[in-house]
Write a protein that binds this ligand. Structure first.
Ligand SMILES: Cc1ncc(COP(=O)(O)O)c(C=O)c1O
Length: 275
């Protein structure tokens, strides 16, 4: 959208066959003209945990800023924006068990100070006059209008809930679920994992030979197993793999090994019906 407004060009960076950002291709693109590199911390379609710190180092060396979409990362691992050294980090409240319609944009103070407000409304002004209006301090400059007070309280409760847990233990639990899932997947006839990056968080994306993901999803749903199917809002990525979409099982801290077994039992029934 910004490119349409400013005439900037959006250039995609390819991923490798395993679903990892191609760092060599990125390095080649960073020719000093790039203003902003945007990437997901964790891919919602494949689960790839992107090497954000490495991307940031490459981008900064070439004079570009980095915006990280952390929507899929925040529920799985603690995030340290200082360690990542990124310039902007975003996530949505509902991705970490908080309310919908609210989220977080973290940005480096000096960048936010330099940026104009994107919206007008209550609380975002310092002084108003017809000869010139000045803007309130951060964060009010970017929080025009009466805020989503209930949402903010709900989001803070969700953050406090997660921070009250042993985040390393949560991540280890989810990794154990994924490792068991991959083991079961390797034994399942005709199952093709999509994405096999060296670091994957929370997502098991796959296809079953001879079936359409939507059919598999419907038959799993009928057996009480909730998965997501389709392109996962990542159509260019699906095109990269030459597939219509995937079936995606998502794991969070509340899932169990028994549920992985239930998934594969339901998948076997779906396979018998479909193949
Ligand atoms: C990586 C990623 N970014 C952004 C979004 C969109 O979030 P929202 O619906 O809050 O805009 C999602 C999920 O829907 C996501 O997985």
């Amino acid at each position: 959208m910004i490119a349409a407004q400013t005439g900037a060009e959006v250039v995609p960076v390819d991923v490798t066959a395993s679903g990892e950002v191609d760092l060599a291709a990125l390095a080649e693109l960073l020719d000093g003209r790039v203003k902003l590199v945007a990437l997901a911390h964790v891919s919602n379609a494949l689960g790839t945990v992107n090497p954000v710190a490495e991307v940031v180092a490459l981008a900064h060396r070439a004079g570009a800023l980095v915006l990280v979409d952390g929507a899929q990362a925040v529920a799985h691992n603690p995030v340290d924006v200082q360690a990542l050294d990124c310039d902007f980090y975003t996530f949505s409240g509902h991705k970490l068990f908080g309310p919908t319609g609210i989220g977080v944009l973290w940005g480096r103070r000096e960048l936010l100070e330099a940026m104009p407000p994107y919206q007008g409304g209550g609380e975002m002004i310092e002084t108003v006059s017809f000869s010139g209006t000045t803007w309130n301090a951060l964060p009010y400059k970017f929080e025009a209008g009466t805020p989503d007070i209930a949402g903010a309280i709900g989001l803070a409760a969700a953050v406090a809930y997660l921070e009250g847990l042993d985040r390393r233990a949560v991540a280890a639990h989810e990794d154990a679920l994924l490792a068991y899932t991959w083991q079961r997947a390797a034994e399942f006839p005709g199952l093709r994992r999509i994405g096999s990056a060296s670091r994957i968080a929370g997502v098991f994306s796959f296809l079953v030979d001879g079936t359409h993901p939507a059919d598999v999803g419907m038959l799993l749903d009928q057996q009480g197993v909730a998965v997501r199917t389709g392109h996962h809002c990542a159509q260019p990525l699906m095109a990269r793999y030459g597939i219509p979409g995937t079936v995606r099982a998502s794991f969070a801290l509340y899932n169990t090994l028994d549920e992985v077994d239930l998934l594969f039992a339901a998948l076997e029934k779906a396979r018998v019906l479909l193949v």
